[in-house]
Ligand binder design. Structure first.
Ligand code: BGC
Length: 385
């Protein structure tokens, strides 16, 4: 049963756009219908979405004052859609996602999910902390990836939607001591907030009762054209990073912080993603060392697509971002309307600490101590040029 907070009609075209709306009657994509039918006032609505692990799964819709909607499920804390207008006012989702829970139970590669306890790789699925060696599941060759066999992306979170008309959703998950091999009971809270200027904020906090590595991120796959039939190779990207962490053949950092100057990793000025991708074996799947090393929120990425006019800026408090060009997508997974999701159909910008930090003491630490609070903020802001 769908609960709606209100039913006042929102004139989407007039209300949603930051730039012009245009005469776009009849040009809207399939997702428009969905949005138009959900003409609710700003806030959060919720609908039953099925069951996993014997727990109820819900789908929450966050709507801002301009009528822009983000859908999030408490299964994996996953963003399932973010419908925004393009330069002519046509609406489509800029993230990969499914309209049914089953799509996620089929284990897509982390589409839109919250990733933890440790996002990215840990070499040889092991680390030593305070003299104790911890063994994790080797779920990516010999390495551990994205929290293990059943990471935070595959659990049901407790969700608390805001009730004051703010488009915000708070998710909580208690990861038990020993879960997926990690030490300590880790109590994690993630708050999603959609602002009226189409900025999706993600605030992560966590506490533990034993020292443990923590590296939380969101694994949304973006395609600013809003259509997975287009690759992201024509998107233009800027990353505020003078250095990146080169990797071995299993994608574990070598430990060097390598200058990007003179390499295909130099995105300090905007470059089309496809321009130099053939010079990067396998495609981009690398952590960039952000220039601003402080923990304040800073703009680190600008992504734009001239065909749709959409632009996305990424802000974070984290020291790194994994830029991944969907290299392992191969068409075997289909969208809810049956389109194959091919290689380079979308890209990820996973804000994070560096991969394999628990084994690389020269990297900024990822160890959370009892009594301390993990705090991390990332914002994705979408506008139209
Ligand atoms: C990793 C990729 C991986 C993808 C999906 C990214 O964060 O860097 O190597 O294929 O996640 O698991």
């Amino acid at each position: 049963m769908k609960k709606t907070v209100g039913t006042i009609r929102v004139l989407l075209c007039a209300a949603m756009l930051t730039a012009s709306c245009g005469n776009n009657e009849g040009t809207n994509t399939a997702t428009t219908t969905d949005t138009m039918q959900n003409n609710t006032k700003a806030g959060v609505t919720q609908a039953d979405w099925g069951e996993a692990d014997g727990k109820k799964v819900m789908l929450y819709t966050l709507t801002n004052a301009r009528g822009v909607q983000v859908k999030i499920t408490n299964y994996g804390g996953t963003i399932t859609s973010w419908v925004t207008p393009d330069k002519s006012g046509a609406l489509s989702s800029i993230v990969l996602g499914f309209d049914k829970l089953q799509g996620y139970l089929d284990k897509p590669p982390y589409f839109g999910a919250l990733v933890g306890r440790y996002g990215n790789r840990i070499a040889n699925a092991t680390f030593t902390l305070n003299g104790t060696a911890y063994k994790l599941a080797a779920n990516n060759g010999k390495n551990a990836l994205h929290g293990g066999n059943k990471g935070f992306d595959k659990v049901v979170w407790t969700a608390t939607p805001a009730t004051d008309g703010t488009p915000a959703l708070t998710l909580n998950y208690l990861s038990k001591d020993g879960e997926e091999g990690y030490p300590g009971n880790l109590n994690v809270t993630v708050k999603y907030t959609l602002s009226d200027d189409n900025e999706l904020g993600i605030e992560y906090t966590a506490q533990t009762d034993k020292a443990t590595p923590v590296n939380l991120t969101n694994h949304s796959y973006f395609n600013l054209t809003g259509d997975v039939s287009n690759t992201i190779l024509e998107h233009s990207l800027m990353i505020d990073a003078d250095r990146y962490t080169p990797v071995d053949t299993t994608l574990i950092p070598t430990g060097k912080l390598q200058p990007v100057a003179g390499t295909p990793f130099d995105f300090r000025q905007p470059h089309k993603i496809g321009e130099r991708i053939n010079n990067v074996p396998g495609g981009y799947d690398h952590n960039f060392v952000l220039n601003d090393t402080g923990t304040s929120l800073k703009r680190i990425v600008t992504l734009s697509d001239s065909s749709s006019g959409r632009r996305m800026e990424v802000y974070t408090t984290e020291p790194g971002v994994q830029f991944y060009t969907g290299n392992f997508l191969d068409g075997s997974i289909k969208t809810s309307d049956g389109k194959p999701i091919n290689k380079h159909a979308a890209l990820c910008l996973e804000t994070q600490h560096f991969p394999d930090s628990p084994n690389q003491p020269q990297f900024p630490t990822t160890i959370l101590q009892p009594g301390a609070t993990y705090h991390s903020v990332t914002k994705y802001k979408v506008s139209v040029d």
